[in-house]
Design a protein around this ligand. Structure first.
Ligand code: SF4
Length: 694
C-alpha cells in the first residue's frame, strides 16, 4: 500500500468482499484513494476489518482492467475495441435477432452478487421485462440457493434470523460447514471473543479449523464428519434431543405446527437415526454426538451458523431444513443470542437473492406464477411477464448444448472458473450465438464472449449492498468509473437499445422502485441510506427502524414448519480408482476465484492453491509437503502442491479454489442439490498421485 501524504477527505462506503459488510472510510487526497480505514460507526463491524477489505483494493487501478468495450463476430476472432455506442448496438442487434428467430426463452442472464442491489434489480428487470423470459439466475445458484429453499420452506423467508451483535448473547454456537476466521474474519473474531468470555462452540466440520483449537480457544466438541453426511449428523443430534426429552415442547406447541413436529419427532426417534447406528456413516463417535446434542439443547441460548459446507451438497436444501428443525426443536428462534444464520459468502449475495435474481421469484421472494404479484410488476413496468419460471444456470448451459438457448448477458460472474464441471460450462458457452460478458477483467468466461462490456468497481459507483444480517448499507462513489459508466448505467444502455424506455439518473430512483414493489423494503429510500442508518430489512410500516431479529412473535410463514429430512448418500462414491474424498474452502488472504485479491500489487496475495492431505495418505503415496501431486477425479485432473497435515482426517483431502492455474473445479462433479441444483462442490472422489509439476 502506498500512503501518499495526509488524507483531505473521506467517503464512507462498504467492503465489496465478504457478507460481513464492513463499513470503511475511503480516505482521499485529491482524486486519489490513499487508504481504507474501518469505520467505527459501521454497525456490522464496529471499527474492525480484515486484510482483504483494508488492503486489497488495488485491483481498481490494476493494468489488467479493461476500460474499453470490445466485440467480435466469432470467439476465434481477435477482439476489436469499439465505442460504447457500437458495442451496445452490436449486442442489442444480436439479442433482437435471436429473439425474433428463436423466441424470448432463448435469452437469459446472470446477475452478480458483487454488484449493488440496484444493479442486480435492473439486470433481472432487463431479462424479464426486456428480453421477455425468466431465465435469470445468480451466483447464489452455486452457493446459497439451498438456503433460499430451506429457510423459505421452514420459516417463510430466505434470510438469517439475527444481527451479528446477537452473538454476544449466545451461550452455545453450533457451527457447521463454515470457517469464519478465514472466510468471514470480522465475524469470526467476534465469535472468538464470545468464546473467550465463556461461550461454547460445537464445530461440525471434516477439517480441524481454527475454531476447533487455536490459542485461548478450544471447541467443546468437534464432530469431524465424513464429507457428505451433514444430514445424518444433524438427524442423529435431533434423535438425542427428542428421545432424551430435551425438546422445547412449549415453544413448539405455541410457534410451530404441532402435527408436523410429531411426524418429525417420530422420524428422528427411529433407531436408524441414532448416533450409534449412523456412526458407520458419519464416522463421528456416537458419544461425541450425544454430548454435543445435550449441550446444544440445555446450554442456554443456542445459535446455529453455517456456510457453504452445508449448502454445496446433493442434500444442501435438506441440510438447511434439518438445521431449521433443530433450532425450532430447541426453541432457539426469535430472540437475541439464538437463531439460524447462513454466513453469506459474497458481499451482496443476500441482496442478489432479495432482488429477484432467481428464475422462479420476483423481488421479495414472490413466485412468478402468482398472478397478483405478476400484475403488480406488470403494471409498474408496462409489460406482460412470462408466468413460467425460467432456467437455472446449469439448465441454461444444457439448453445451449441442445440448441434451444442462444444468448446470455453475464454481469460480474466468471462461470467458467467458478461453476462446477468446467468442460460442461465451456461446451454450453461455446454453443451460444451471443455471450455478453460485463466485467472488470477479461476473465476465463470471456474466452467465449462475443461482446465485452467493461465493468466498474465498488469504488466507482453509488448504491447499496445487503450483508448477511440483512443490513442495507451505502456504497458510495470514491472515484470516477475508469470505463465512464457505473454498471447500472450500462444495463440501462442495453435495455434501451433493445426497446425499453428507462430513464434512471441515480440509483436512488431504482431503490425507490424496489421499495414500491417489495414489501420488506417499503420503508427504505436513498435519504435513509445516505444518512447511514444501516437498517436491516424488513423496513416498513410494521418495522420503521428495521428488524435486527426475525420471527420474534411468529414465523413469517405463520407456524414454523418441521420437515422430515431423510439422509440420502451422495452418488459420489470412493472406490479403488478414486479412493479419497476432496472437499474445498477458502483462505483468509484470497477471495473466491481471486480476480481481485490476486491483483492488489502485494505479494501476500500471490499464494497458490495447496492440497492438504493426512500423513497416512501422504506416506502411502510417498509424497511430502511441497511436492507436486496430480489430483484426478472422474471429471478431470489438475496439478498442485501438497501440504501434509492432520487437520484433515485420513481419506479426506482439502484444497482452495482461488487460482486459475489450479482450476480446482476441473475435478468437481456435476452432482447437485436435489431442490436447487446448487453444485456438490464439497464431495468429490479423487485419486492423488506424485507429479513432476504442472
Ligand atoms: Fe471485507 Fe469481510 Fe473482511 Fe469485513 S470481514 S473487511 S466485509 S472481507
Amino acid at each position: 500500500v502506498t500512503v501518499i501524504g495526509k488524507p483531505e477527505r473521506a467517503v464512507v462506503t462498504t467492503c465489496a468482499y465478504c457478507g460481513v459488510g464492513c463499513a470503511f472510510r475511503a480516505e482521499m487526497k485529491g482524486e486519489q484513494l490513499v487508504r481504507m480505514v474501518p469505520w467505527k460507526d459501521g454497525k456490522a463491524n464496529h471499527g474492525h476489518s480484515c486484510v482483504k477489505g483494508r488492503f486489497a483494493w488495488g485491483y481498481a487501478n490494476h493494468k489488467d482492467r479493461i476500460t474499453k468495450p470490445m466485440v467480435r463476430e466469432k470467439i476465434t476472432d481477435p477482439w476489436r475495441e469499439v465505442s460504447w455506442d457500437e458495442a451496445i448496438g452490436f449486442a442489442a442487434d444480436k439479442i433482437k435477432t435471436i429473439k425474433a428467430e428463436h423466441g424470448a426463452r432463448a435469452l437469459g442472464g446472470i446477475t452478480s452478487s458483487r454488484c449493488t442491489n440496484e444493479e442486480t434489480f435492473l439486470v433481472q428487470k432487463l431479462i424479464r421485462a426486456g428480453f421477455g423470459s425468466n431465465n435469470t439466475d445468480t451466483c447464489a445458484r452455486v452457493c446459497h440457493s439451498p438456503t433460499g429453499f430451506g429457510l423459505s420452506t421452514t420459516f417463510g423467508t430466505s434470510a438469517g434470523t439475527q444481527n451479528f451483535d446477537s452473538a454476544e448473547k449466545t451461550d452455545v454456537f453450533l457451527l457447521i460447514g463454515a470457517n469464519p476466521t478465514d472466510a468471514h474474519p470480522v465475524f469470526g473474531s467476534r465469535m472468538k471473543k464470545r468464546l473467550r468470555e465463556g461461550g461454547k462452540i460445537i464445530v461440525v466440520d471434516p477439517r480441524r479449523i481454527d475454531l476447533v483449537k487455536s490459542p485461548h480457544i478450544e471447541a467443546a466438541h468437534h464432530l469431524p464428519l465424513q464429507p457428505g453426511t451433514n444430514v445424518a449428523v444433524l438427524t442423529s443430534i435431533a434423535h438425542v434431543i427428542v428421545t432424551e426429552g430435551l425438546a422445547a415442547e412449549d415453544f413448539i406447541r405455541e410457534r410451530c405446527d404441532w402435527d408436523e413436529y410429531q411426524d418429525w419427532a417420530r422420524f428422528v426417534s427411529q433407531e436408524k437415526n441414532s448416533p450409534e447406528f449412523l456412526e458407520a456413516v458419519t464416522r463421528v463417535p456416537a458419544e461425541t454426538v450425544r454430548e454435543a446434542a445435550r449441550l446444544f439443547a440445555t446450554g442456554g441460548n443456542g445459535a446455529i451458523y453455517y456456510g457453504l459446507g452445508v449448502t454445496e451438497h446433493s442434500q444442501g436444501s435438506s441440510t438447511v431444513m434439518a438445521i431449521a428443525n433443530l433450532a425450532m426443536a430447541t426453541g432457539n428462534i426469535g430472540r437475541e443470542g439464538v437463531g439460524v444464520n447462513p454466513l453469506r459468502g459474497q458481499n451482496n449475495v443476500q441482496g442478489a437473492c432479495d432482488m429477484g435474481s432467481f428464475p422462479h421469484e420476483l423481488p421479495g421472494y414472490r413466485h412468478i406464477s402468482q398472478p397478483d404479484v405478476r400484475e403488480l410488476f406488470e403494471n409498474d413496468w408496462g409489460v406482460k411477464l412470462d408466468p413460467e419460471p425460467g432456467l437455472r444456470i446449469p439448465n441454461m448451459l444444457d439448453a445451449a448444448v441442445d440448441g434451444s438457448f442462444k444468448a446470455i448477458y453475464i454481469q460480474g460472474e466468471d462461470i467458467l472458473q467458478s461453476d462446477p464441471d468446467t468442460k460442461h460450462v465451456s461446451a454450453g458457452l461455446a454453443a451460444m450465438d451471443c455471450v455478453i460478458v460485463h466485467d472488470l477483467f477479461l476473465n476465463e468466461t470471456a474466452h467465449y464472449a462475443h461482446v465485452f462490456l467493461p465493468g466498474s468497481t465498488f469504488l466507482e459507483k453509488n448504491g447499496t449492498f445487503t450483508n448477511a444480517e440483512r443490513r442495507v448499507q451505502a456504497v458510495r462513489k470514491v472515484m470516477e468509473p475508469a470505463n465512464g459508466y457505473e454498471d447500472w448505467e450500462v444495463t440501462q444502455l442495453l435495455a434501451n437499445a433493445i426497446g425499453c424506455e428507462w430513464s434512471y439518473t441515480h440509483p436512488g430512483q431504482i431503490l425507490d422502485e424496489i421499495a414500491r414493489l417489495t414489501p420488506g423494503f417499503a420503508g427504505l429510500n436513498w435519504d435513509r441510506v445516505d444518512a447511514n442508518e444501516q437498517l436491516q430489512w424488513p423496513v416498513n410500516d410494521k418495522a420503521p427502524q428495521g428488524s435486527p431479529i426475525m420471527h420474534v412473535d411468529g414465523f413469517v410463514r405463520g407456524k414454523g414448519k418441521f420437515v422430515v429430512t431423510e439422509y440420502v448418500p451422495t452418488d459420489e462414491k470412493t472406490g479403488p480408482r478414486f479412493p479419497l474424498l476432496l472437499t474445498t474452502g477458502r483462505i483468509l488472504s484470497q477471495y473466491n476465484v481471486g480476480a481481485q485479491t490476486r491483483r492488489t500489487g502485494n505479494n501476500v496475495w500471490h499464494e497458490e492453491d495447496i492440497l492438504e492431505m493426512h500423513p497416512t495418505d501422504a506416506e502411502n503415496r510417498m509424497v511430502s509437503t511441497g511436492d507436486f501431486v496430480k489430483l484426478a477425479s472422474r471429471s478431470g485432473e489438475t496439478t498442485l502442491r501438497v501440504l501434509v497435515t492432520d487437520r484433515v482426517a485420513p481419506g479426506v483431502v482439502y484444497t482452495t479454489f482461488h487460482h486459475p492455474n489450479t482450476q480446482a473445479n476441473v475435478v468437481t462433479t456435476d452432482n447437485s442439490d436435489w431442490a436447487t441444483n446448487c453444485p456438490e462442490y464439497k464431495v468429490t472422489a479423487v485419486q492423488v498421485t506424485p507429479s513432476n509439476g504442472p
